[in-house]
Ligand binder design. Structure first.
Ligand code: SD4
Length: 335
């Protein structure tokens, strides 16, 4: 057995299961007694599908093109995420990302395939396409995570070019921020355009990817949920996938994307699962959810989708049957 597979079979699955069962158990949810209902795919009716956080039509189109030409969900989510990483105007992903409080642009990304493999890079500087580096970690190393300088060196060894990721616009924004140097998570505008993307290919297989520059003006070395398995992303090809955006600290504390997938395993629809995962955050003692945003997207094996957030103004793009639409998410504070 390859070391990578060994690691996958032991550490990831057991750690994730421990974390999630602790969470699912501790709130005494209605689901505790419900039986697991397998989500049976609609046979012979598999249509390629892409869902991605925020208003990301170009990225979703790029992923859809891969799927429609018979490519894998894994290739599709990588291609889609690369669009935003190369988009200098998107100040929360790839080149042009807003820097940390010291002026360094640091990127986080992860990817998961339909076989349960996972790869991630954390806090990487000077490399734009971190989603592709994460895929290289998954496919070409015996590890699942590389961080910081080591991740950058690995990327360069794999042929990725170093470049300055701090654009003039982001530098200017940082200099303006420095006047007060005040960091507060601002609802929907930590310029939340982190892209989390889930796709189903013509074979009915599901993969996902997530890439971000994280919170603007964060502390040096800070890493959020986006590159962490079960936090910003989780895929179980038997059940479905989920991705998160928003204040990563809050997503991590509830292992949010893993929770959404486990709730779907218990029989919840993707929409119900996203809503329940948001409720876990807002119902914590002393939660100050009115001051931060979290949003989830999910898809199940049947191609049903869901999305939900705490505050208004979260949206997601969905490609299905030739149409690519931006859907405004339902949200907790509406009620
Ligand atoms: C983080 N979840 O680093 C990310 C930020 C994000 O859109 O989603 N931005 O906490």
């Amino acid at each position: 057995m390859k070391r990578r597979n060994f690691i996958k079979k032991t550490s990831i699955s057991s750690l994730s299961l421990v974390a999630a069962s602790a969470m699912i158990g501790c709130k005494g949810s209605d689901d505790e007694k419900s039986e697991e209902k397998p989500i049976v795919p609609l046979k012979n009716n598999i249509k390629p599908l892409v869902i991605a956080t925020w208003n990301t039509p170009t990225a979703v189109n790029a992923a859809a093109e891969v799927l429609e030409s018979g490519g894998s969900a894994l290739d599709a989510v990588e291609a889609g995420c690369k669009i935003e990483e190369a988009n200098a105007k998107n100040q929360t992903v790839g080149i042009g990302g807003l820097p940390d409080r010291d002026g360094n642009v640091t990127l986080d990304a992860c990817i998961m395939d339909d076989k349960g493999n996972y790869g991630a890079v954390l806090c990487v500087e000077n490399i734009k396409h971190v989603i592709s580096v994460a895929r290289k970690v998954m496919e070409d190393t015996p590890h699942v995570i590389l961080a910081g300088r080591g991740a950058e060196q690995f990327a360069v060894s794999q042929g990725f070019e170093r470049e300055d990721l701090l654009t003039e616009a982001s530098k200017k924004a940082w200099e303006e921020w420095k006047v007060k140097s005040e960091y507060k998570p601002i609802i929907n505008i930590e310029n939340h355009d982190t892209i989390g993307m889930l796709a189903i290919d013509k074979e009915g297989n599901i993969s996902g990817a997530c890439t971000t520059s994280g919170l603007a003006y964060k502390m040096r070395g800070r890493v959020g949920d986006s590159p962490v398995i079960g936090g910003g992303l989780f895929i179980d090809n038997e059940i479905g996938g989920a991705a998160a955006t928003g204040l990563g600290e809050e997503v991590l504390k509830t292992v949010g994307s893993f929770l959404v997938v486990e709730l779907m395993r218990q029989g919840k629809s993707p929409q119900e699962a996203c809503e329940e995962a948001i409720k876990r955050i807002v119902s914590k003692p002393n939660s100050n959810y009115k001051n931060f945003q979290v949003g989830y997207i999910a898809v199940n094996k049947r191609g049903e989708i869901g999305g939900y957030s705490i505050h208004e103004w979260f949206s997601y793009n969905v490609y299905k049957e030739g149409a690519n639409k931006n859907i405004k998410s339902d949200y907790y504070l509406k009620t």
